[in-house]
Unconditional design. Structure first.
Length: 111
């Protein structure tokens, strides 16, 4: 099963909040200070894929579809949290390097 940051982040939020799709988009945007703003074209296909993989299931609540982790989803998430942490640390390292390069060479480098 392919692993990426958004997939693990979404699973983590689903485990914590059991959100519906719009709540999930808003929560991601809020928690990342609008750095990540996934729209319906990103979130709903991902939710469909996660459901197809057996990692989440839909619960209809007052006409709204909420999502929760399955046992398999919880096992997958928690067995990959270390990987998520390492991905984030690596992204931070790359960003720090690029910020230092920008300081040294200026913002026009590569243009």
């Amino acid at each position: 099963m392919r692993i990426n940051i958004l997939k693990l982040f979404v699973l983590l939020l689903i485990d914590y909040y059991s959100p519906h799709g719009y709540e999930l988009m808003k929560k991601i945007s809020d928690l990342t200070n609008n750095i990540l703003k996934p729209g319906p074209g990103t979130i709903y296909p991902l939710l469909f894929l996660l459901e197809k993989q057996g990692l989440i299931r839909k619960i209809v609540d007052n006409g709204r579809k909420r999502y929760c982790l399955t046992d398999l989803g919880r096992k997958f998430l928690y067995s990959n949290l270390d990987r998520l942490k390492k991905m984030i640390e690596e992204l931070n390292r790359i960003i720090e390097i690029e910020l230092k390069r920008k300081e040294i060479y200026g913002s026009d480098r590569g243009n």
